[in-house]
Design a protein around this ligand. Structure first.
Ligand code: MG
Length: 393
């Protein structure tokens, strides 16, 4: 590397382990349509130049995997420490201030972890991500538990492990070998290493089941990149609104939210004219970007004449579930002078909750007049406006 950067990354990929299956060293196998190593390299490429340490036999393959990225290839050694030393020496001509040392088999590493390690290096010579051990720990022999182990103060180590370059280079040069990782090397040289929060998704691919897990994380991260909101919330939250109006006509009752309410007039409409249920149904379709009731139940189709609006609402609820959404809440406002809604609101909320499979604290039905203004004020009809929130974890 010709010019010294503030930070460089060393990615150790010289292993030839085929335990993960596929007959190829795991770092060169495809995951979510790209080689494992490519995902790992791309996680660092936006931040700093990279030294990729590979087995000499893998050089041609590595060259094609690195294409277009700021990567220098270096040949590794028989053991991991030797490969790290080779990477550190490759940076010696133009030494960076900070170096991140990372396992190629952790392709799901997040920008947040990388940034946290780099930030911690402003106030410590070493920093690395780790997760506290939360499972109980046992000792065992012959298939039986022989004892328990206190887990307090125990951590599962991850990478990237970051260091001040000169300090870790000297530490590696002085170490006799046999260290589990670079943190052990650093500590043997007396360097303080700060723990930053690791992430469950930053797993190390070892066996075939790890491939499946990592693939899920990588695919969801790809979705998130396309959809900035998902990146922030890690869940998909949808809001929909619905609005409906039905005109008064002949009759002795109206049906609102599935409840028959005695009134001197009825509501006109193709179905049972349940204006409240229609607004909620359209709010659900709206949240799903699935049009409205008319699209799913065309008024031109005689089979929906006089239909109970529960059919429409159930369809929208089922569609939300089929797409993986849970309905978080609905809020409905009926706008009319009469009939008075208050005495029937509890029954309406109970009926809507029953149809939608929602508890009562997630269903709101309220009413307002329009101060005798407009068509609702003149008692020509009833209007309804609804909001629905859908959540996909
Ligand atoms: Mg309607």
């Amino acid at each position: 590397m010709e010019t010294a950067a503030e930070t460089a990354a060393i990615i150790v990929a010289a292993g030839r382990g085929t335990r993960a299956g596929g007959g190829l060293p795991k770092q060169w196998r495809d995951i979510a349509a790209r080689p494992v190593a490519r995902w790992t390299l791309e996680a660092f490429a936006a931040r700093c130049p990279i030294v990729l340490v590979v087995h000499p036999e893998d050089r041609a393959r590595a060259e094609s995997v690195c294409e277009g990225l700021p990567v220098t290839l270096v040949s590794g050694a028989a053991d991991r420490a030797g490969s790290v030393r080779a990477g550190l020496e490759a940076l010696a001509a133009a030494p960076p201030r900070k170096v991140l040392i990372h396992d190629v088999a952790r392709p799901c590493v997040s920008p947040q972890i990388i940034d946290a390690v780099l930030a911690a290096l402003d106030s410590a010579p070493g920093a690395a991500p780790a997760l506290p051990v939360t499972d109980a720990l046992w000792t065992g022999a012959g298939g039986e538990v022989t004892g328990t182990q206190d887990r307090s103060g125990l951590f599962r180590a991850q990478t990237p492990q970051g260091f001040h370059y000169a300090a870790i280079r000297a530490a590696h040069a002085a170490h006799p070998g046999g260290a589990a990782d670079d943190v052990e090397v650093a500590r043997a040289a007396g360097l303080a290493v700060r723990i930053v929060p690791g992430e469950e998704r930053n797993l190390k691919i070892t066996g075939p089941e790890d491939f499946a897990r990592a693939e899920t994380y990588l695919l969801s991260a790809t979705d998130s990149a396309k959809d900035p909101l998902k990146q922030e919330t890690a869940m998909d939250i949808r809001l929909g609104n619905g609005y409906d109006v039905h005109r008064f006509g002949e009759g002795d009752h109206v049906v609102l939210c599935g409840v028959k309410v005695p009134h001197g007039r009825g509501l006109q409409g193709h179905s049972d004219a349940d204006v409240g249920m229609h607004a909620v149904t359209d709010a659900l379709y709206g949240a799903l970007a699935e049009g409205d009731i008319g699209r799913h139940f065309p008024p031109s189709d005689p089979q929906w004449k006089g239909a109970a609006s529960e059919i429409f609402l159930r369809h929208a609820v089922d569609l939300a579930h089929a797409k993986g959404y849970t309905i978080s809440n609905i809020d409905l406002t009926l706008i009319c002078e009469r009939p008075k809604i208050g005495p029937h609101a509890a029954a309406m909320m109970a009926e809507m909750g029953r149809i939608m499979g929602l508890s009562q604290d997630r269903v709101s039905v309220k009413a307002t007049t329009s101060e005798r203004l407009g068509f609702t004020g003149r008692e020509e009809g009833i209007a309804a406006i609804a909001t629905a929130t859908l959540v996909k974890p």
